[in-house]
Design a protein around this ligand. Structure first.
Ligand SMILES: Cc1ncc(COP(=O)(O)O)c(C=O)c1O
Length: 395
């Protein structure tokens, strides 16, 4: 037998283990220091009451013979899909229920979607990037072309007509950079994809953090996108479902390649390899989209937004260049004093006792940049901000 040799193309993921190791070593030497973590990409606030109540009711249903649920539809119950249909309709996007697939999160679907495509396709991936896009393609032996995201283009690269791609990854609001594409910029991507017959894989995991109504929350707000794009979204950051697990993927009925419907292929893939999201979780997901659920999740999102606003305000005061922070829970800053990502990490850790994520861990263009997140609690974020300001004085 032979193993998949492409696993050897993967780089070991040293980023978070190196961070953990450095933090542990510092803490051991300085047990009296209180370290604040602004590197985490996990939420810290609990599920909202509407979700918890809905899940309690669902648990009770599952415990009674007459309301018990066994296997459900692989692509999700209609009650969640109808809730999502209503959510998209609010911004003028009309979806057929068949176009919506409820999943156990965006990470699985972003990886699994590749089952639909030949390993001979060329993939276009912005750098820096959410590492899952890179690793899932390397595992399949696909050729990757990187697209430079940098300070000059505000970490929002636009299509380069000299590059021919088959699959294009876009993430907006972006992890790690927090940068957000405008409607015109996304239109340029849609036009390019249609021109070269490519499929855009659009990751909207952070759409709920958009506060500027002029910015697109879904690629399907852009004319022509239903012919060239698939959208992935998640309740992880939207509603604190990182541990509960629920997301959704939209594969338009109008999306075809070589005369074949991608929606039909994805349905076939999911019904073959996936048995659906737990009923209890789907009842919780449905509750996110009720009036009460929306009010409650937006309270949590506003809390994180305020954290982001505080961090962004401090960076502005310090004259540090950054993206994100306004329509995104991530703040991507240029390391002051020309420091490398890891040099800045070390200084923040040892002089301010604040932990962030070195940008170099997200791709070569991340070198010299640094990611902070707004998912911490208010008091420690405020304390971290005041320490950051003090640190800048000694730069
Ligand atoms: C850009 C992006 N997409 C997808 C995910 C994964 O989301 P989920 O928890 O739904 O798998 C994350 C999580 O950090 C992310 O940053």
């Amino acid at each position: 037998m032979k193993l998949n040799e492409h696993f050897s193309d993967l780089q070991d993921s040293y980023l978070f283990s190196t961070i953990a190791h450095k933090v542990a070593a510092y803490q051991q030497e300085h047990p009296e220091k209180e370290i604040i973590r602004l590197g985490i990409g996990d939420v810290t606030l609990p599920l909202c009451d509407a979700v918890v109540q809905a899940m309690h009711r669902a648990v009770d249903e599952m415990g009674r013979k007459e309301s018990f649920h066994g296997y459900g539809p692989e692509q999700g119950y209609d009650f969640v899909k109808e809730a999502l249909q209503g959510y998209y309709a609010k911004r003028g996007v009309v979806l057929d229920l068949q176009e919506i697939f409820v999943s156990d999160g965006a990470k699985s679907d972003v990886g699994n979607i590749l089952d639909l495509f030949s390993s001979e396709n060329t993939v276009l991936i912005p750098d820096p990037v959410y590492p899952v896009y890179v690793d899932t393609n390397l595992m399949a032996g696909r050729k990757i072309v990187y697209l430079d995201a940098n300070e000059q283009n505000g970490f929002l690269p636009l299509p380069d007509p000299s590059i021919k791609a088959d699959i294009i990854y876009l993430c907006s609001p972006n992890n790690p950079t927090g940068a957000v594409y405008s409607r015109d910029q996304l239109k340029a991507w849609v036009d390019y994809a249609r021109e070269c017959g490519a499929v855009i894989l659009f990751d909207a995991a952070y759409e709920a953090f958009l506060s500027d109504p002029a910015l697109p929350r879904s690629i399907f707000e852009i004319e022509g996108a239903k012919e060239c794009a698939i959208e992935f979204c998640s309740l992880s950051k939207t509603a604190g479902f990182t541990g509960t697990r629920c997301g959704y993927t939209v594969v338009p009925l109008a999306l075809e390649q070589e005369g074949v419907s991608l929606n039909k292929l994805w349905l076939r893939r999911q019904t073959t390899k996936f048995n659906g999201v737990p009923y209890i979780v789907q009842r919780g997901a449905e509750a996110v989209f009720t009036e009460q659920g929306q009010r409650q999740i937006h309270k949590a999102i506003d809390y994180y937004r305020e954290n982001a606003r505080m961090i962004a305000g401090a960076l502005r005061e310090m004259g540090i260049w950054f993206t994100g922070g306004e329509n995104s829970p991530y703040i991507w800053l240029k390391c002051p004093g020309g420091l490398s990502s890891w040099e800045y990490f070390d200084r923040l850790l040892t002089e301010a006792n604040v932990v962030g994520t070195p940008g170099a861990g997200f791709g070569k263009n991340g070198e010299g940049f640094f990611r902070l997140t707004a998912f911490g609690d208010r008091d420690s974020t405020a304390e971290a901000v005041s320490r950051l300001k003090k640190l800048s004085l000694s730069n």
